[in-house]
Ligand binder design. Sequence first.
Ligand code: NAG
Ligand code: NAG
Ligand code: NAG
Length: 367
Amino acid sequence: MLFSTTSTLFFAVVSVQALQYVEPFTATIFAPPSDYIVPRTLYARTLRLANDDNVILATWENYSPEPPLVYFPIYRSTDLGQTWTHVSNITDQVNGWGLRYQPFLYEVVEDIGAFQAGTILCAGNSIPTNLSNTQIDLYASTDKGYTWTFISHIAAGGEALPDNGLTPVWEPFILTYDHQIVVYYSDQRDPDHGQKLVHQVSSDLINWGEVVDDATYDTYDWRPGMPTIAELPNGQYIFTYEFYGATEANFAVYYRLSDSPLTFDSAQGYVVEAVTGELPTSSPYVNWTPYGGVNGTIVVSANSHSGVFLNTELAAPGSAWTYVDTTSSRSYTREVKVMPSDNQIMLTGGGVLNGASNTVTATVINL
Ligand SMILES: *[C@@H]1O[C@H](CO)[C@@H](O)[C@H](O)[C@H]1NC(C)=O
Ligand SMILES: *[C@@H]1O[C@H](CO)[C@@H](O)[C@H](O)[C@H]1NC(C)=O
Ligand SMILES: *[C@@H]1O[C@H](CO)[C@@H](O)[C@H](O)[C@H]1NC(C)=O
C-alpha cells in the first residue's frame, strides 16, 4: 500500500503547517433551513485555537424549532475560517431550558483548578422557551470542542426581556487575569440600575466570587450593556460597551481604560467617534492587533456600521478614531478576531435583530 502511505504522509506534512496568511474572503458558516424561527441566527462567536493556528471554532444563537430545546452548535474550520464542519452541539445538561442566547467561546490559557490549559470553555445564557428565567452557565470541553460537560452556574436572573424593572442577566465575556478567570456580563438585578455591567472571578471555574460593578450610572434608566475587553501593549485594558443614555446617541459606543480589568467602575467613559464623523452605536466588540505601528491597532465593530473603527494611539483620551469600510455586512454584536497574520482580522456575524434572512458569516479583511 505504498500509494496510501505516501498520501497519508503528505497529508500529515500539510496539516502541521500554519497557513498564516489567507487571501481575504467571506465564508458562510451556516445558512439555516427555512423552518428556523426569525431571527434564525444571531450573535456569532469564534475561538482560534492557541496551538493550531488554522483551527477556528464558531457558535451562535441558533433559533431552531423546538423541540428539541435550543442548543449552541459548534462548527469547526481547519483552514482559518474558509470552510466549516458541524462537529457538536452544546446542549443544556442541567436546567431543562436549552442554551438560547449569547454564547461565548474561550480557551483556558493556564491551568485553573482542575482544568488544564487548552480546555475550551463556553459560557452562555440558558433560558426556557417561555423566557421566564436567565441563567449564565459554563460548559467545558477537554477535547477541543467535540464533547461538552456542564461545569458551573455563574449568575441567575429573571425573565429574559430587556425591560427596566425585570431582572435578567445577559452577554457573558471571559478573560484571564492574575491566574483567575473573570466573567463579565450585563446585570438588571440591582434595583438602583435598569442595567449595569459587572464581573465575577473564579480560581477553579466552580466557585464564583461576589458580583463587582464595572459600569453603573446614577440615572436609573441609563443602560450600559454588552461588555467586551482587550488587553493593550501598555498594560492597560480597554472595555467597550453600548450606552443607552449617552448624549451623543442612544446606544453610542463607549470605552473605558484601566490598568486592571477589575476596576473599570472607577474609570471614566469616552465615546468612540471617527474623525470623519461616523458614530458607532449598539452591540460593540473590541479587539487589539500588534499590526499598525508601535501601539498596534485597536479595532471596534458595532451594529450600526459595516466598517470598523480603528485607533493606533492606545485609545488615549482625545486620540483619533478612523473609520474604514469592510467587505463584511453589519451584524448585531459582530465579533472582531485577530488572525495569525496580524494585519488581518476576522469579522464574524450572525445577522441583524429581527432579520428574516440571517446567516452566519466570517469575513477576513486586511487592515
Ligand atoms: C445537533 O442537534 C440537531 C438537533 O437535535 C441534530 O439534528 C444534529 O444532528 C446535531 N448535530 C451534531 C453534530 O451533534
Ligand atoms: C416557564 O417554563 C419553565 C420551564 O419549563 C416552567 O418551570 C415555568 O413554570 C414556566 N412559566 C410559565 C409562567 O409558564
Ligand atoms: C502611541 O500612543 C501614544 C499614547 O496615545 C501616543 O502618544 C503616540 O503618538 C502613539 N504612537 C504612534 C506612532 O502613533
